[in-house]
Design a protein around this ligand. Structure first.
Ligand SMILES: NC(=O)C1=CN([C@@H]2O[C@H](COP(=O)(O)OP(=O)(O)OC[C@H]3O[C@@H](n4cnc5c(N)ncnc54)[C@H](OP(=O)(O)O)[C@@H]3O)[C@@H](O)[C@H]2O)[C@@H](O)CC1
Ligand SMILES: Nc1ncnc2c1ncn2[C@@H]1O[C@H](COP(=O)(O)OP(=O)(O)O)[C@@H](O)[C@H]1O
Ligand SMILES: [K+]
Length: 514
């Protein structure tokens, strides 16, 4: 699914009005019908509704929602805030429609006027400012938003299209923005919804289709995207009847150190459960029994060191030997001992196929930036925000961080993801894809190690690095969702993500047969 900028959304709107029989007012009505239906599904007709409307089309939506809620028996009132000198045409048309049917439902609040004190249990609907925001809010408008935010402890807030004050495509850090519990947005996610710094503004997101022109959507290029099930279904390749273990690649996993063998176990299990043909693990001496007992499907090399690994480079003594392994996954629980750093550098001398680099392997790169230049093009780097910062440096806000992520993916021809609620995946072509599967139950030690195993497995099986990243991150989140559904977000642990990989694959297969 594409993510459009506010400007592109305006163009989609205009294109739809030009190319189809639908008028701009009809489109607003569709949007308002969808929002009203959502509100009616979630709040009883005894809920008083206070709709705060601006003077643009976002306010027009609010006025139409007030009328439609009244039609459904709700005690809804529109408070029109005079933050500007003139109202938009569709705002005025909807004001007139509300005035005609329910004159007592409209309340004008002049600039610097006071807001009403909402009844107990009232729902607040924010239709003050939408994608037409042209500057950060300040003065009276900021004060109004501040007052509404102060009511949040006692009232739920539903934002229409986007929380007022939030910029769709730029950082809104240190500006005044509505703090919504739910955001009902039209047709597309906005980039701002996916940034961690906006989590407290956006709340839960619901995307409501309003039938904007499919032609415009298909023809218009976008740099930002959301991965969806259909796309993953197209990437997924079911196994052929005559395939054998050689068909699905041999992966080498370099992981674990004393006290952190669990990370190696989780990665190895995930790699096996994702379908790799053969898996060899290189681990320190202390981990032999642990890996052999926990993951009997994996083969095992033991390092000469007991507590860390320092000789894994010997598996790839020259370019010919590299061909034995389709890919290498390195990093989970590895540690950053001097011998490990040295062996990693030596490994990169002869291994030039795309590999998966995570955790301590990223930390090693962070403290030795020249090594970054030696990472094979096409490799997958999987930092969480702290590892990202160690690798590429600090940024002032989340939008700048996305740019830094993308710039490195392009410059270094790497596939780099940034983990989070909506993991961002940056590709060498400059595009950025966000993943929506997953849940806070995955915020538990070892979840990332599982992802490394999944990605390593998919690369070994011959998926391209881009396919492996898109599909692996999606599967990882979906398996986390299955684990949470069955075992709760609290009780689920990283191993559960591995256990539910099977259910996720079955779901992919089912979708394939639909
Ligand atoms: N596209 C779609 O798919 C559909 C879009 N629809 C809806 O249209 C919305 C976009 O409407 P829009 O373009 O009229 O802009 P909107 O957000 O109401 O703001 C403009 C007003 O705000 C003002 N203003 C701006 N910044 C300000 C500030 N910082 N502080 C104070 N004032 C500020 C500006 O006034 P001025 O700049 O002149 O002072 C003007 O009065 C969109 O979000 C969605 O809800 C649906 O109805 C149908 C389908
Ligand atoms: N709130 C969340 N919603 C969705 N996914 C999450 C959430 N919290 C964590 N995750 C996922 O869990 C994984 C955690 O990775 P990481 O921090 O590297 O864990 P560890 O180092 O303990 O293995 C990431 O893939 C991340 O996207
Ligand atoms: K709004």
């Amino acid at each position: 699914m594409k993510i459009f900028t506010a400007q592109q959304i305006r163009e989609a709107d205009a294109y739809t009005i030009r190319q189809t029989p639908i008028s701009s007012l009809d489109l607003m009505e569709k949007a308002a019908i969808a929002c009203t239906a959502w509100i009616c599904r979630h709040y009883s007709e005894y809920t008083p509704v206070y709709v705060y409307c601006g003077l643009g089309n976002n306010g027009g939506d609010g006025l139409a929602i007030t009328r439609l809620l009244r039609n459904r028996g709700y005690d809804a009132h529109a408070y029109v805030l005079h933050h500007s000198s003139k109202a938009s045409a569709d705002h005025t048309a909807n004001r007139n429609a509300l005035q005609q049917q329910y004159p007592s439902a409209i309340h004008d609040i002049p600039e610097n006027g006071l807001l009403p004190q909402p009844d107990a249990q009232a729902l607040i609907v924010d239709a003050i400012l939408g994608t037409g925001l042209s500057r950060p809010v300040e003065g009276w408008t900021a004060a109004v938003i501040g007052q509404l935010n102060d009511l949040k402890a006692a009232h739920e807030v539903v934002a229409i299209d986007i929380p007022s004050g939030l910029q769709a495509d730029a950082s809104s850090l240190n500006t005044t923005v509505i703090r919504a519990d739910h955001t009902l947005s039209f047709e597309f996610y906005k980039l701002a919804f996916l940034l961690p710094e906006n989590a407290t503004f956006v709340g839960d997101i619901c995307i409501l289709p309003i039938d904007l022109s499919p032609d415009y959507i298909a023809q218009t290029p976008s740099r930002f995207h959301i991965t969806d099930a259909l796309q993953i279904k197209n990437i997924y390749r079911p196994r052929k009847p005559f395939s054998h273990k050689g068909t699905f690649g041999h992966a080498l996993l370099i992981a674990g150190s004393e006290g952190k063998m669990g990370a190696a176990v989780l990665s190895a299990k995930a790699c096996l459960r994702t379908g790799v043909g053969l898996l060899s693990c290189h681990i320190p001496g202390c981990g032999y029994d642990i890996i052999q007992i926990s993951s009997p499907g994996a083969m095992c090399f033991i390092d000469e060191q007991k507590d860390h690994s320092s000789s894994f480079h010997t598996h790839i003594p020259n370019a010919e030997a590299a061909a034995k392994y389709k890919t290498i996954g390195i990093g989970p629980g590895l540690g950053t001992a001097a011998g490990t750093c040295w062996a990693f550098e030596k490994l990169l001398e002869h291994f030039h196929q795309p590999m998966v680099i995570d955790a301590d392997a990223l930390n090693i790169l962070g403290s030795s930036p020249a090594m970054l230049d030696k990472i094979p093009p096409g490799s997958l780097l999987t930092p969480h925000p702290k590892e990202f910062e160690r690798l590429f440096g600090k940024t002032a806000n989340d939008v700048e961080r996305l740019e830094l992520l993308s710039a490195n993916a392009v410059k270094r021809k790497l596939n780099i993801l940034l983990k989070g609620r909506y993991t961002a995946m940056a590709f060498p072509d400059g595009s950025i894809w966000f993943n929506t599967t997953g849940n806070p139950g995955m915020a538990t030690g070892g979840s990332g190690d599982v992802l490394t195993g999944i990605l390593t497995s998919l690369l070994a099986q011959g998926y391209t690095p881009r396919e492996a990243m898109l599909m692996g991150v999606w599967l990882h989140g979906l398996s986390g969702d299955h684990a949470a559904a069955e075992r709760s977000e609290e009780a689920m642990i990283a191993e559960d993500i591995v256990e539910f990989l099977g259910k996720s694959f079955l779901e992919l297969r089912r979708r394939l047969s639909c």
